[in-house]
Design a protein around this ligand. Structure first.
Ligand code: ADP
Length: 327
């Protein structure tokens, strides 16, 4: 069945609120979340522990109900059309969802049957997915004998049996070694290239940077900032251009030339290197190099670097990510 090619948002969230009430306290988990995920893109949902990420995902996957606000997934309202939403989504939770004493193929077929697929169709789809994920051989063995990376792929494959339009991935690479993580990234990229919409929650900023076209950082039940990874990094303090000179003696001349250049907001020097802060490194670089060339300065190397997502996270979530993960 061809996937819908309709463009527009695959997920819309407007003013979602949710308060958990326990016997002795109330926790406002969501305090008016708004977001939108364009069809066929990967959105990264980030935020410190307790920010409201899981609650948002639970509401979008119909596992919890909001107190107020609206949300649609694949064009269906999560509260009024929960069954249609469930048919349109795949959900891979942090906890393994496969049965370790079933083979890979048995797990896939069972997942398909749970979604109401006929046995034959489920078997054919299972074979297709095993092949797609490079698990055809392993598919005959019990899942408990598989590596951690293969088991995660099995969880993802199980969520894809019924050909969902939107996939929710909760921390998909937590606990995987670097090679398995890289493999999983490649799989997620491939799924997005095929038109699947992915909402990814992750603790790895590098992962969000690599995979997501859009990021949303939530804190205390609200969206504190959203944008593209590059846009968010740029919003901080511009880029750094570092220029190493071939001749140290050129330093004063080079400094003088760059000091007057439009768009250079800071300039620092050490022995044979100048560091300039600019609003947009890619735009400023040709001007910087042209100016130095006109001043007769010979260059050994030039690099442009951007603030990292760690810097963005620190600014908007108020803590470093390292402190967060250690907490
Ligand atoms: P995150 O996924 O970003 O870590 P959660 O959505 O799990 O955040 O939690 C948001 C807030 O709601 C936290 O303060 C958390 O303690 C609280 N919370 C989450 N689930 C429950 C629950 N079932 N009962 C009571 N409080 C909850």
């Amino acid at each position: 069945m061809p996937r819908t090619t309709r463009s527009g948002p695959a997920i819309t969230v407007a003013g979602l609120t949710k308060t958990y009430r326990t016997r002795d306290r109330e926790v406002r988990a969501l305090d008016g979340i708004d977001l939108e995920v364009e069809a066929g893109t990967v959105m990264g949902l980030l935020g410190p522990n307790g920010a409201g990420k899981s609650t948002t995902v639970k509401i979008l996957t119909t596992l919890a109900r909001a107190d107020s606000g609206t949300a649609t997934v694949a064009g269906h309202d999560v509260a009024r059309e929960a069954a249609a939403v469930r048919r349109a989504i795949g959900y891979v939770s942090q906890k393994p969802g496969f049965d370790p004493i079933g083979t890979g193929k048995e797990n896939l077929v069972l997942a398909g049957r749970v979604y109401g697929m006929p046995a034959r169709g489920a078997r054919a789809r299972a074979d297709e997915l095993l092949e797609r994920f490079g698990l055809t051989e392993a598919g005959r063995r019990l899942a408990r004998t598989w590596s951690g990376g293969m088991q995660r792929k099995l969880d993802v494959a199980m969520s894809l049996m019924h050909r969902p339009q939107v996939l929710f991935l909760d921390e998909p690479t937590t606990g995987l070694d670097p090679q398995a993580r890289a493999d999983m990234w490649a799989e997620i990229e491939r799924l997005a290239a095929d038109g699947l919409t992915v909402l990814l929650t992750t603790h790895y900023l590098e992962e969000a940077d690599h995979l997501a076209q859009q990021l949303v950082i939530v804190d205390q039940g609200r969206v504190v900032v959203s944008g593209t990874p590059d846009g968010l990094k740029r919003s901080l303090s511009g880029d750094a251009i570092s220029v190493s000179l071939a001749e140290r003696d050129d330093l004063p001349r080079a400094y003088g030339a760059l000091a007057g250049l439009d768009g250079v907001t800071e300039l620092a020097r050490d022995l044979d290197t100048l560091r300039a802060r600019v609003d947009d490194g890619a735009l400023a670089l040709p001007r910087v190099m042209g100016t130095l060339d006109a001043a007769g300065v010979r260059l050994a190397a030039v690099t442009v670097s951007r603030p990292s997502l760690d810097d963005v996270y620190l600014r908007y979530a108020g803590r470093t990510f390292a402190a967060e993960v250690a907490a």
